[in-house]
Design a protein around this ligand. Structure first.
Ligand code: AMP
Length: 278
């Protein structure tokens, strides 16, 4: 598998390995130091045999091609990749803040607003490049060295020029059109953004039920309740995104200028992608 721009190939011995940062479905992510330049990076190691079992080389190639072209302050950088006989390695920006799943939830409303506003920026950027992410969830949002959002994991991403039918994503975040296996568009990302904002504000996912079937039923019926602790503007933001009909669902362009996102008290901080502290 060729790396971007045919850049000089790396090998595993070019790095000093530090701590294990996490495990995913197809690999482990290590903190590494590049011996030559001293750069601190995250190295995602995926076994080729696991890729064949859980995914496919074609899917991975598409992910790498998509991800390596995306340059935005709220999108995790993929710098390069290389392989040996057993593994494929991705050289990623190190995100020292870890992923949003690790946050104690619910988070304060200003903090939720900042994280959601930056996620909207990342998604809007991907959409402007014709790419739907299709697997937005807390685990796929990391926090960079500056404390700001880095959207990661483009394994399910797709060029969204046409309507697609592949079932993809994670159960709790599935949009109704995906749950009912109808063709879908980039609007699935707006639905998932609503689920993500709900999880940050409420501390649990909106549609989760004891069983898969019941969760799918709740999603398709759009059955959820927002606790009174959530402010009226935030409720309005959530209900505009959690619309069964994709045509009635708030677009990312409208999410960006929603009054909850632009609320004066902390809008400057959200817009500037600045300090992690609220
Ligand atoms: P993944 O295999 O991409 O799902 O990653 C598994 C876990 O490793 C994530 O949930 C993160 O906690 C951690 N992780 C992945 N990539 C990075 C990174 N670039 N920087 C820091 N932690 C990461």
């Amino acid at each position: 598998m060729r790396n971007p721009n045919n850049a000089p190939a790396f090998c595993k011995s070019d790095f000093e390995f530090g701590k294990l940062l996490g495990r995913g479905a197809v690999g482990r992510v290590w903190l590494v130091r590049e011996k030559r330049l001293g750069r601190i990076l995250a190295l995602k190691c995926m076994r080729k045999r696991d890729i064949l079992r859980y995914s496919s080389p074609a899917v991975l190639r598409r992910e790498l091609c998509v991800h390596s072209t995306l340059r935005h302050r709220n999108v995790l950088r993929l710098y390069n990749w290389f392989s040996d006989s057993d593994n494929i390695y991705l050289l990623l920006e190190y995100a020292p803040g870890g992923d949003l799943f690790a946050l104690h939830r619910p988070v304060s409303e200003p903090r939720a607003r900042k994280l959601v506003a930056q996620t909207v920026e990342a998604l809007a950027f991907c959409h402007s490049r014709g790419i739907a992410h299709r697997d937005l969830k807390l685990e796929n949002i990391l926090l960079g060295a500056d404390g700001n959002v880095r959207l990661a994991d483009f394994g399910w991403s797709a060029k969204d020029t046409q309507r697609r039918t592949t079932l993809c994503g994670t159960l709790d975040y599935l949009a109704p059109e995906l749950a009912t296996q109808k063709p879908h568009t980039r609007a699935v990302d707006a639905w998932a953004l609503g689920v993500l904002a709900f999880e940050l504000l409420v501390g649990r996912a909106p549609f989760t039920a004891p069983g898969r079937k019941e969760t799918l039923q709740r999603i398709t019926a759009c059955t959820y309740t927002i606790p009174q602790s959530v402010s009226p503007l935030a409720r309005q933001f959530l209900s505009s995104l959690l619309q069964t009909d994709p045509a009635k669902r708030m677009s990312l362009a409208d999410a960006r200028r929603h009054p909850w996102i632009l609320k004066p008290s902390d809008s400057i901080q959200s817009k500037e992608n600045s300090s992690p502290k609220d």
